[in-house]
Ligand binder design. Structure first.
Ligand SMILES: CC(C)(COP(=O)(O)OP(=O)(O)OC[C@H]1O[C@@H](n2cnc3c(N)ncnc32)[C@H](O)[C@@H]1OP(=O)(O)O)[C@@H](O)C(=O)NCCC(=O)NCCS
Length: 440
């Protein structure tokens, strides 16, 4: 990651719109320590997180200084040096499964001070990010959201989902077959250097994953100032395959039951598997702990094979399921040709986009080997399926995790003629539900 994010020109339309409100809109110089610290503290206040300590700020600057941080200032505010609105973005690959990826514009830290809300500042920031990314040739933007009601208006659609599970481990036995490798109990600190490499291989297997930065991993391993107090509780195990190669790991903690020493709760904090064996072995390890009666795992894939790994599927309770990764397509041909398809067919996509980036009639043609071509199309579809949809629905469909039929029934897309939705669904099918295992 380099400073080239910061070389993306600031969007002139948003600058002018915000200037109309008496606000300045500028890319922050993150080498200016005092200014960057004020930026970060403003974000943490806006998102209702605790203020960062000097040590945490130092870590933050090292971890996030590379990203493009845009700040809005109000010269009339009492503390005029503190931004009243922020957004941070960076280029990073988004996995598409099948060892494929696409360059994406990750957008984070969207915040408007409570004193400045509902006057169009977020609109200026979001539209500015999208225009800047589009102008730089980045085909897709993405974010994770605290509220699911905000970003659809700018063409984002939910594309990867997550689930939280609670498992009553005394009510089941693990039925999944034994794996040829071994699970080792290890120190979290010792595992930390291996995590990004294992995760990179895990990410190739599924759409929706985004690589985490070092600060994220340090926090996950309780090695960052902000999470260090968790270190005594954090436990780790690693799965090595039959050749001794690490293929997965789990970070977990155990909370004691108040009165029953044999009924503790184990929380899976991060379970990462680069192979099916690693996934099976690590779940087996987690579900088979003495003195534990409940396992809780959050932010897991919606198609986690847990129910099928145990004797009693009812002991596995899905306690939440929600959208997690939102995608916004900026370049239809680049986005649609980046992934593989499950069926050879053709579909004409009539896409509407209020910001104009994706608007058009596009012919998507796929071949038996799964590759695709996309061209601008007009007129007779010549036997191709025909789908009319908004750019947010196309973003939802890109990774294959959103059912085409559900969007059709809900009126989010329309068929040109009966059967078009089913044909498009067959093309988009993926073997594993897209999943993003972190927040960004
Ligand atoms: C959410 C937030 C960024 C909105 O900023 P804002 O400057 O008030 O938003 P704008 O005035 O530009 O509003 C743009 C549109 O979004 C809508 N909107 C704003 N906040 C919304 C919310 N929380 N829920 C639903 N709609 C919202 C506005 O009604 C407006 O709708 P329109 O399409 O009819 O114009 C701001 O309230 C905030 O920082 N909240 C706390 C932090 C947060 O939630 N950040 C988002 C992290 S994912």
């Amino acid at each position: 990651m380099t400073a080239d994010h910061n070389a993306l020109p600031l969007d002139e339309t948003s600058r002018a719109a915000l200037a109309g409100h008496g606000l300045t809109y500028a890319v922050l110089d993150t080498s200016n320590t005092a200014a960057f610290d004020r930026f970060v503290q403003a974000v943490y206040r806006g998102l209702h997180f605790e203020a960062l300590t000097p040590e945490q700020l130092t870590e933050y600057r090292a971890g996030f200084g590379h990203a493009r941080s845009v700040a809005v200032h109000d010269a009339t505010a009492a503390e005029a040096d503190t931004p009243v609105a922020t957004v941070t973005s960076w280029r990073t690959p988004l996995s598409l499964g099948d060892a494929r990826s696409i360059e994406a514009w990750a957008i984070s830290l969207v915040h408007v001070a409570s004193t400045h809300r509902r006057r169009g500042i977020a609109r200026g920031l979001l539209e500015g990010e999208l225009r800047a990314a589009h102008a730089a040739g980045i085909p897709i933007a993405m974010l994770t959201v605290s509220e699911a009601t905000i970003y659809g208006r700018w063409g984002f659609g939910p594309a990867a989902y997550c689930a939280d599970y609670r498992i009553a481990t005394r009510e089941l036995t693990v039925t999944a077959p034994a794996t040829p490798g071994r699970v080792h109990l290890v120190e979290a600190r010792a595992l930390r250097p291996r995590a990004p490499g294992i995760a990179a291989r895990a990410h190739e297997r599924v759409g929706g994953e985004v690589a985490s930065d070092d600060l994220h991993w340090d926090r996950a391993f309780a090695l960052a100032a902000r999470t260090a107090s968790h270190a005594p509780k954090l436990r780790a195990a690693r799965y090595d395959d039959e050749h001794g190669e690490p293929q997965g790991f789990v970070l977990y903690s155990v909370n004691e039951h108040a009165s029953d020493f044999s009924a503790h709760t184990l929380t899976v904090e991060h379970l990462c598997a680069a192979t099916d064996d690693a996934l099976t072995a690590l779940w087996h390890f987690v579900l088979d702990q003495d003195l534990v009666s409940t396992v809780v795992a959050e932010l897991r894939p919606v198609d986690e094979p847990l129910e099928w790994m145990v004797s009693n599927p009812r002991a596995v309770e899905t306690i939440a399921r929600r959208e997690h990764l939102w995608l916004r397509i900026l370049d239809v041909p680049a986005a649609l040709t980046a992934r593989r398809y499950a069926a050879a067919d053709s579909v004409v996509l009539r896409v509407s986009d209020s910001l104009g980036f994706a608007t058009g009639e596009w012919m998507l043609t796929t071949t038996p080997d799964g590759t695709a071509t996309v061209s601008a199309h007009a007129g007779d579809p010549h036997g191709a399926a025909v789908i009319t949809l908004g750019v947010e629905a196309l973003g939802s469909l890109l990774l294959g995790g959103t059912p085409v039929e559900a969007l059709r029934i809900a009126g989010r897309l329309a068929e040109g003629f009966p059967g078009s939705a089913a044909r498009f669904a067959a093309m988009l099918h993926v073997p594993r539900a897209p999943w993003l295992s972190t927040w960004f």
